[in-house]
Each structure stands twice: as C-alpha cells, then as structure tokens.
Design a protein around this ligand. Structure first.
Ligand SMILES: NC(=O)C1=CN([C@@H]2O[C@H](COP(=O)(O)OP(=O)(O)OC[C@H]3O[C@@H](n4cnc5c(N)ncnc54)[C@H](O)[C@@H]3O)[C@@H](O)[C@H]2O)C=CC1
Ligand SMILES: O=C(O)C1=N[C@H](C(=O)O)C[C@H](O)C1
Length: 233
C-alpha cells in the first residue's frame, strides 16, 4: 500500500518503521510545514497529528477520496461532524483512541468487569492514566474510552478529572518522563480493592494496530472502529 502520514512526530516515525517492515511505501509525510499535498498517490492516510489539526486533516482526506485512519486524540467534540462528512463523501474512516491489540483486549476486559460490578455498590471505581510530559490532552483518549465502557455497564453517568461527585468516575492524569501510556482501573471497598492495568512498554503496539487498520480499510466505504478490525469475540 501507498501510505500518507499526517503528523510525522513520535507516532508518525514509528508508523513509518512498522509500515516499511510490512513492505508498504510512504508516499507523503504531512506536517506543519507542508504546503502542497498530493492526494493522487495515496491508498490510505494515517493521522497522528494533534488535537487542533486532526479534524482538518480528516476532511481533506474525505474530500479527496482517501480512506483515513485517525489515531489523534483530543478532538472528539468534532467526531459526529467527521462521521457525517465521511458519509457525505462516501469515504472510509476509523478513529481509535488506542490502536494497540493489548489495549483493545483491555477495553473488553474493562467492560466485562464493569458488568460484574454493576450492583456491587460497596465498591467505588477510580481511574489513573500516566503518559509522557509532551502529551497535550488530558485525560487520555484511552481513559475516556475506558470510562465510557464503565458508564455503559454500570450506574455511573459521567467521568471527571481528579475529584468526582458520587455517581461520576474520577480520572487522575499524570505526566511523567517518557511514559508511553499506562492505564489502571480500581474498584475499592472498605475491605478490598480490585484493579486492572494496561502498561505500554513502547509505541510499537499502537503503530502496528494503526497499520493493520489501514490494511483492513482499503477498498471499504463507511465509518468503522477497531472492533470491526479485530475479532476479539
Ligand atoms: N490512537 C492511538 O493508538 C494513539 C494515539 N496517539 C495520539 O496521537 C497524537 C500524536 O501523538 P505523538 O506522535 O506522540 O505526538 P507528536 O507531537 O510527537 O507528533 C505530532 C506531529 O503532528 C504534527 N502536526 C501538528 N499540526 C499538524 C497538522 N496540521 N498536520 C499534520 N501534522 C501536524 C506536529 O508537528 C508533530 O510532528 C496525539 O493526539 C496522541 O494522543 C498517540 C499514540 C497512540
Ligand atoms: O499521547 C500518547 O502518547 C498516547 N495517546 C493516546 C491516548 O490519548 O489515549 C494513546 C496512548 O495512550 C498514547
């Protein structure tokens, strides 16, 4: 495949490494200094840019008929608009807050545990996410996806950064060194705690998942998620 990278930072460079190892070609590396973009050579675009840029990059891809994988987080206030424009242009689009296989397993584990905890009111849930100090958004997109999974399956109705009132999930965001991404969920009662945790050791898992999603989406039309790409049962 001929892949265009929108965002050539930490993730863009890791995606390039994984893509080349899978015999793909990088036909464009779009970044802040890019003036002209030639869409004619792209089979698929992969956007790992920044919260303020992602939506604009997606729209350009939809308008030029290029399927797009969006990994950038912190722009979900525009997600519904992006879906509508994708459909209007008969485009193809996958957004995932986290493309790694391990985190997508963790998403399923999170919902499974939440269903079991639904009526155990003696337990209170809390979340923590730890990332590198260069991360622009908080909480992480992954943490938001996890919180939504808990809300869907329990009596909790919202999430809040740091402290949260009863019925809302508190999320603590920490920025430490070069941490790739650690997410933990804790159900605590007077007598015990139950915790599940995912720790990324590097960015390879994120990049591999994004490239696999790119390989999957080529030739398709519509809006998809990583659940469509991964058959996790
Ligand atoms: N969904 C997932 O699996 C993952 C998502 N992410 C997300 O990906 C995004 C990027 O993360 P990193 O690569 O670590 O950040 P980074 O800061 O290393 O790279 C972002 C790059 O985007 C460039 N950029 C800024 N405006 C742009 C524009 N208009 N068009 C194209 N490029 C532009 C920046 O100059 C920079 O080179 C963040 O939102 C992060 O949360 C990161 C890892 C995994
Ligand atoms: O900024 C990052 O690095 C990451 N961001 C994503 C998120 O916001 O969840 C995914 C991963 O945790 C790394």
């Amino acid at each position: 495949m001929k892949i265009a990278l929108f965002g050539y930072g930490k993730m863009g460079k890791m995606i390039e490494k994984i893509a080349l190892s899978r015999n793909h070609t990088i036909v464009a590396k779009v970044d802040v200094d890019t003036v002209d973009i030639d869409f004619s050579e792209m089979d698929v675009a992969i956007d790992f840019s920044m919260p303020s840029a992602a939506y604009g990059n997606l729209i350009k891809c939809f308008e030029h008929g290029v399927p797009v994988i969006s990994g950038t987080t912190g722009w979900l206030d525009k997600y519904d608009e992006a879906v509508a424009l994708c459909k209007e242009n008969k485009g193809a689009f996958i957004y995932a807050s986290n493309f790694s296989l391990g985190v997508n397993v963790f998403f399923e584990l999170n919902e499974y545990l939440a269903k079991m905890m639904k009526n155990l009111d003696q337990y209170k849930v809390s979340m923590e996410e730890i990332h590198h100090t260069q991360k622009l958004d908080e909480p992480s997109g992954t943490a938001i996806t996890l919180a939504e999974g808990i809300i869907k399956n329990t009596k909790y109705n919202a999430w809040k950064l740091e402290k949260a009132p009863a019925g809302e999930i508190p999320i603590v965001s920490k920025r430490i060194g070069t941490t790739p991404g650690t997410h933990s969920i804790d159900y605590s009662s007077e007598v015990d705690s139950i915790e599940i945790k995912h720790t990324a050791h590097n960015r390879e898992g994120f990049a591999l998942g994004a490239v696999i999603a790119a390989e999957w989406i080529v030739g398709k039309t519509g809006v998809f998620t990583m659940k469509d790409v991964l058959n996790l049962g």
